[in-house]
Design a protein around this ligand. Structure first.
Ligand code: ATP
Ligand code: MG
Ligand code: MG
Ligand code: MG
Length: 464
């Protein structure tokens, strides 16, 4: 059985042998793109190279890029614990061509890596191309020889990629793995696709056009390639499980979680929470190692939401004391060699996690009691905005944490009602800050931005 660490190395070695420069993962805070919340794909650190704004002394690269998809354009937070294939933090294996090779080589490498290097049976793989991309279709069907029975042409929504409204763009080709008829889900391009049977493992992007401001497409003088394969998804395939959480890395983290909270690892009722905690410790630890701190706005608030969600699941698993920081050590043992920056930050990460746990501990149990009572008194299926806001404002429950509890019980939260309460709160704060304008300029300035005005009460357990 190939372990996750060995698989990462096998991927990078394969592409090194094909003259690719192996490039270390960049941090989760994108240095090149201030509009992006987190690095969410392997191509992000190469964006300026694709745009021709930055030159490198190589035209082929490969990496295993750490990514976070929580908040922003790609948000998979809500999927965690519910699908077998989504994480908030994951590694994207990728090979890149900067005006060097194009479709034929990109497809050939991917196919060879999967079927020869890893030895996957071709009949377990399913290929999609963009419906207008005849070049890619011909390469797959005529040169590689994939069966037309496991091949589909897909529209632009899934299979046409763009960097932005203008700039590089082009068709995609995706490789799916069929985990077998015992798993619910249908082939790509069918309404049943969104199950865990056919899992998208690799996405090849062929950057071919340059979209102009008027919408017209010009051919790029030097077409490029950007690919991304989820390390955890391909590890699951090789380890004979359809479930990413069944791989060596997650088994270790889930076992460490069960031990830290004192619950049974194999209890079917506890699997979802164990998965959420194991997922979230990775996002938490890597974000902190990359310089994010839990806060009430921006990136720091995404981190806080992830942490509090995990802590609430730990509470549900029966934790009676702080447990989350105890998972930093087993995580570092698993991933510290591949990511020396994580190993180096271990003590700092433990401290920050322990602090957030003790801060939230003050209000978590009380908030849960209020939430449980509100749910018990509920007649419909929707938790009212006032309760959601009170939990948020007084007990530090991010809305998605409350929504997560509600979802477990077949309910939803009244987001519009919450937004109304929030707007009213802000209006009151603005009115109050007008009075103090003569005394404290700073308060007035802070009052114009969203959250800063409440920073002072945060340590009293009040979190915006
Ligand atoms: P999906 O359709 O399954 O949500 P995607 O099309 O959003 O995936 P891409 O943006 O194409 O994903 O990213 C490239 C690859 O990264 C995917 O083929 C998949 O293997 C992996 N990947 C994407 N999102 C996640 C995630 N949240 N957790 C784990 N792996 C992921
Ligand atoms: Mg997705
Ligand atoms: Mg997809
Ligand atoms: Mg994709």
């Amino acid at each position: 059985m190939m372990g996750t660490n060995a698989l990462r190395a096998a991927f990078l070695d394969y592409f090194a042998n094909k003259q690719h420069q192996v490039v270390p993962s960049s941090p989760l805070i994108p240095g090149t793109d201030p509009t992006l919340l987190f690095t969410n794909a392997g191509m992000v650190p190469f964006k300026d190279v694709f745009l021709g704004r930055e030159a490198r002394d190589y035209t082929r690269a490969a990496s295993s890029q750490r990514c976070v998809r929580a908040g922003g354009k790609h948000n998979d937070l809500e999927n965690v614990g519910y699908t077998a294939r989504h994480h908030t933090f994951f590694e994207m294996l990728g090979n890149f061509s900067f005006g060097d090779y194009f479709k034929r080589e990109a497809i050939g490498y991917a196919w060879e890596f999967l079927t020869v290097e890893l030895g996957l049976p071709p009949e377990k793989l399913w290929i999609t191309v963009y419906e207008e991309d005849e070049d890619a279709a011909a390469i797959w069907l005529d040169e590689i020889g994939v069966s037309p029975d496991r091949f589909s042409r897909i529209g632009a929504a899934d299979n046409f990629w763009s960097m932005g409204d203008t700039g590089p763009c082009g068709p995609c080709s995706e490789i799916f793995y069929d985990h077998g008829a015992h798993i619910p889900g249908g082939p790509p391009g069918t309404p049943e696709e969104d199950g865990d049977r056919y899992v998208e493992i690799w996405n090849l992007v062929f950057m071919q056009y340059n979209r102009q401001a008027d919408g017209s497409m010009e051919d790029l003088p030097k077409p490029s390639v950007d690919t991304g394969m989820g390390l955890e998804r391909i590890a699951a395939v090789l380890q004979g499980t359809h479930d990413n959480y069944g791989i060596d890395l997650f088994r270790t983290l889930m076992a460490a979680t069960a031990e830290a909270v004192g619950c049974d690892l194999d209890d079917p009722e506890r699997q979802a929470s164990l998965k959420v905690v194991a997922d979230h410790i990775r996002a938490t630890a890597f974000l902190i190692a990359d310089g994010v701190l839990p806060a009430n706005e921006g990136r720091g608030y995404v981190l806080r939401r992830i942490m509090r969600r995990a802590i609430r699941h730990g509470h549900k698993l029966g934790a009676t004391e702080a447990f989350f920081h105890k998972l930093v050590a087993p995580l570092t043992d698993e991933m510290g060699e591949a990511f020396p920056e994580l190993a180096a930050a271990r003590a700092h990460v433990e401290k920050v996690v322990a602090q957030e746990e003790s801060r939230f501990a003050e209000t978590l149990a009380q908030g849960m009691t209020i939430l449980d009572n509100a749910i018990a008194d509920l007649s419909g299926k929707t938790l009212d905005g006032e309760t959601v806001f009170k939990l948020y404002d007084t007990y530090g429950f991010p809305v998605d944490l409350t929504a997560d509890v509600a979802r477990e019980r077949g309910l939803r939260v009244d987001q519009e009602g919450f937004d109304r309460e929030m707007a009213a709160q802000r209006e009151r704060a603005r009115a109050a800050s007008r009075f103090s304008v003569d005394y404290t300029q700073a308060v007035d300035v802070a009052g114009t931005t969203r959250f800063t005005g409440y920073g002072a009460v945060e340590d009293a357990g009040q979190v915006i």
